[in-house]
Design a protein around this ligand. Structure first.
Ligand code: FES
Length: 150
């Protein structure tokens, strides 16, 4: 099996896996970064969202062979320099219910706010609509993104 050298959360990590292994499983099964969740495995739910060079990306669809020359940030890396404003807002609004989708939601929201720090409601809805929440806490998610943007 080939060895891949990945840059994850500002650290170089070596993994020996098949080249078509989805990044999601590299993170979870080989690097014990369990904050990134498996929901559907087919790019439909957003639970597996990470940042690739700052862009929200579904790690279940991204093969490890395409991740060697990029910066990968997971939910564990988001708060390396202290709690991220999106995470603070999430706690303030008390968003999570079951919590399963929250890492993906927060990764999507943080990448979005980096690009658009003062979004309007429709921009927030548009940015977040692809992240599915089975508890339907969409109103709280929208409110937390607004708080994080303040
Ligand atoms: Fe990747 Fe659902 S697990 S989008």
């Amino acid at each position: 099996m080939p060895t891949f050298i990945l840059k994850i959360n500002n650290q170089k990590r070596n993994v020996e896996v098949d080249e078509d292994t989805p990044l999601l499983w590299v993170l979870r099964d080989h690097l014990n970064l369990l904050g990134t969740k498996y929901g559907c495995g087919i790019g439909q739910c957003g639970a597996c969202t990470v940042h690739i060079d700052g862009v929200a990306t579904r790690s279940c669809l991204l093969q490890v062979q395409f991740t060697q020359d990029v910066e990968i940030t997971t939910i564990e890396g988001l708060s390396e320099k202290g709690e991220h404003p999106v995470q603070i807002a999430w706690k303030e609004i008390d968003v999570p219910q079951c919590g399963y989708c929250q890492a993906g939601q927060i990764m999507t929201a943080s990448a979005f706010l980096n690009k658009n720090p003062k979004p309007n409601t429709s921009e927030i809805r548009n940015a977040m609509h692809g992240n599915i929440c089975r508890c339907a806490s969409y109103n709280s998610i929208e409110e937390a993104v607004k708080v994080a943007a303040d």
